[in-house]
Design a binder for this molecule. Structure first.
Ligand SMILES: [Zn+2]
Length: 476
């Protein structure tokens, strides 16, 4: 008996050590690949690479501008017409209830809202379907962060406001989710955990739609064969805007929603952190009161997405967060940083977001490699990739190219993107085991390739961000 146990142990160790050896061999191969591959070859490799999850993405910020366009017009086919502002300037008297106050080019509103405007205000809007080609291009460009002159203010104060009533339409949101699932599946992801709110929707007449009805619309779309066939698992977070006067009540509603809807598993708090009205400790009492009533609500909360040092990450852990969104200024809080080494709380890193929103001027300033190499759990995520015009492949590309990641570091990021998800344990285990198998297969396919015969050419889809920053779209 003892011999049998020893035998089993020896063979287990043999299997384990041979897979470790294979990974080490591949790590050595990857160093030689990086040394001679072009940026386009590296991008192709990372596109083909099996991936895990995306744990930090806002669904309404993950919709490419051409998707918004197409989805808005599709709704017109279903009887919903959207109007967009094509002229700015105030109507008199300014402040009239019938006048809209935003005065922002390409602000898009639903027909019910349009019908409440004065004649003078209506004259500043036109149905989306009547825009000419150059206006259509300008409309799409107005919700992309793709110019140096744009930055944090354009994103926080204008992009969302322009989207206007498009974000309050549950059918657009459901269709956008389906497009995202298919696009991420094509990149090799198997799990998504979007921040997908069930609050704030309206029907064609402007009447509020209750969260449970919105959940049904989302659920029905996810049950369609085109989404099901991707095999991607999904869970959702209910986010609230943290600096609003009624944020505490919204937080309570978020807990109620997550307790009621099985696919919604976590709560998040969003909104620019340089707006002090949403500081973390404002919510301590509310979170504690909610924990008296509810159990099992998972928390991932934005913290440390600011320029100046403060204790937002520490305070957010005190709120009960298991994951921190961004965590950029954790680097300036040594005590919390030390606590998080080899810990059980993860930082969701959003490299492209942080650059475009100017939290770092250059990747040399980004604390990601320091966290990774200190042993703070981290994973890569896309945040609002619709507005960055980027993909998950791009996040890995930036990480490898800017910080010279080794293969075992990439594998750790991939594993963390599942390990720290809010999936049930059995589902997580299944995905983790499958990821290991997929990576072993992937390594086997690539390890025989050499530069002498030319690295395999993988034509990866490339969007605006990598075209602009890394010139990946130029034909050699
Ligand atoms: Zn975010």
């Amino acid at each position: 008996m003892r011999n049998l146990v020893q035998c089993a142990l020896v063979s287990l160790l043999f299997v384990a050590s041979s897979s470790v050896r294979a990974e080490d061999n591949f790590a050595a191969w990857f160093e030689s690949f990086k040394a001679s591959a072009s940026d386009r070859e590296l991008h192709g490799f990372l596109y083909a690479m099996p991936k895990g999850g995306d744990l930090h993405q806002h669904l309404s910020g993950s919709i490419f501008s051409e998707w918004w366009w197409q989805l808005a017009l599709q709704e017109s086919e279903h009887g919903e017409t959207f109007y967009t502002r094509v002229k700015i300037g105030h109507c008199h008297p300014v402040g009239d209830a019938a006048n809209r106050g935003m005065n922002l080019m390409f602000e898009t509103i639903a027909a019910y809202r349009y019908s409440t405007l004065s004649d003078c205000e209506q004259a500043k809007f036109r149905p989306l379907s009547e825009l000419n080609t150059s206006e259509q291009m300008a409309w799409m460009n107005s919700i992309r962060l793709d110019h140096d002159s744009e930055g944090r203010d354009e994103f926080f104060e204008r992009h969302w406001q322009r989207l206007g009533d498009l974000t309050a339409n549950p059918w657009i949101r459901a269709e956008a989710l389906a497009l995202n699932v298919k696009a991420f599946a094509a990149e090799g992801l198997v799990y998504l955990e979007p921040q997908l709110t069930l609050m704030g929707y309206r029907d064609g007449k402007g009447r509020p739609i209750p969260p449970s009805e919105v959940a049904k619309v989302i659920r029905a779309r996810l049950a369609e064969p085109d989404v099901q066939s991707t095999g991607v698992s999904l869970r959702f977070q209910q986010a609230i805007l943290r600096f609003l006067p009624g944020a505490e009540a919204d937080l309570a509603e978020a807990y109620r929603i997550v307790a009621a809807e099985p696919e919604w598993v976590g709560v998040n708090m969003v909104g620019r952190e340089d707006d002090d009205r949403g500081y973390p400790l404002r919510f301590l009492k509310t979170f504690r009161a909610l924990r008296e009533r509810y159990s099992g609500i998972r928390l991932s909360i934005h913290a440390g997405e600011v320029d100046e040092p403060n204790y937002h990450v520490r305070d957010t852990l005190l709120l009960g967060a298991e994951r921190i969104g961004h965590g950029l200024n954790l680097i300036d809080d040594p005590a919390t940083l030390i606590d998080m080494r080899s810990g059980s709380f993860m930082i969701e890193i959003n490299l492209i977001s942080n650059l475009l929103l100017e939290y770092v001027a250059d990747y040399r300033e980004h604390p990601f490699p320091e966290y990774l190499r200190l042993g703070v759990p981290v994973s890569l995520s896309t945040d609002d990739r619709g507005m960055w015009d980027s993909t998950m492949t791009d996040e890995y590309f930036v990480a490898v190219r800017e910080f010279d990641l080794h293969w075992h570091e990439i594998r750790l990021l991939l594993e963390n993107s599942l390990q720290f998800s809010f999936m049930p344990a059995h589902e997580k285990q299944r995905h983790l085991e499958a990821l290991t198998e997929r990576l072993v297969d992937f390594e086997r396919q690539w390890i025989g390739t050499t530069n002498e015969s030319g690295w395999p050419v993988i034509e990866s889809p490339k969007r605006g961000f990598v075209c602009r920053k890394y010139q990946l779209c130029q034909i050699d």
